[in-house]
Design a protein. Structure first.
Length: 230
């Protein structure tokens, strides 16, 4: 079965690898593009990063945008998952907290360790404000800095696919510009993306139990097997 992978290159590669592992055929049909903020802003974020107690990163992309050539300061980092932690290590950083259950769970762990601390949060423009609110609930001083924007783009009109994976609301937006959601199996990497599919009128058939590519691929495979052999 052909399964569209609508994420940007880094996430798409990971999702595609996991889909191939479970015997599905990934087809990259990008629906998002990444636009970093101006270099002047990134330089300021790098300066700020040297004077904080913690850095919170909820995507590998944030690390790659701010520190594309390495040089991440020796400040403890909380990374949302293993992929982001590897990006931190590649940039020379120190991922002391590594999550596995999404941003909210990681923030809860960080808040317990970093109450009253100053936390730098380099993020995408589309990241929900509740992450900042959760940190502030632990009396953290949060320096929330937008370092890139995820923009929806229309995917190619071919080839046809039987299912599609979505890793962000922007990807849902991009997909619907040229392709229908009806008639395909719709798989969401997390609840926010599932909400975007529902808002478009086509609820997700599959939502990854944990927002990781391996979980998404396994859940989609199980769903397809159940459809084939009820």
């Amino acid at each position: 079965m052909r399964v569209a992978v609508t994420a940007g290159p880094d996430t798409a590669e990971r999702i595609g690898r996991e889909l191939h592992r479970v015997g599905l055929r990934p087809v990259w049909l990008p629906c998002v593009e990444i636009a970093p903020v101006p270099e002047e802003t990134l330089r300021r974020v790098r300066r700020v990063a040297t004077d904080v107690d913690w850095i919170l990163v909820t995507s590998a992309r944030a690390v790659q945008v701010v520190w594309p050539h390495g040089g991440m300061p020796p400040v403890p980092v909380a990374a949302v998952g293993p992929t982001t932690a590897r990006a931190v290590a590649a940039a020379g950083g120190d991922a002391q907290l590594v999550g596995s259950d999404g941003a909210a769970a990681l923030v809860e762990r960080l808040g317990r360790r970093a109450a009253d601390a100053t936390v730098l949060f380099p993020r995408a423009a589309q990241v929900a404000a509740d992450v900042v609110g959760l940190l502030e609930g632990h009396r953290c001083r949060v320096l929330s800095e937008v370092v890139y924007t995820t923009r929806p783009i229309p995917p190619p009109s071919q080839p046809p696919v039987e299912a599609a994976t979505f890793a962000s609301p922007s990807a849902v937006d991009g997909w619907t510009r040229t392709r229908p959601l009806a008639g395909i199996v719709r798989a969401a990497l997390g609840s926010t993306t599932a909400d975007a599919l529902a808002a478009a009128g086509y609820p997700a058939d599959v939502v990854a139990p944990v927002p990781r590519p391996v979980s998404l691929a396994d859940a989609l495979y199980r769903h397809l097997e159940e459809r084939r052999d009820p």
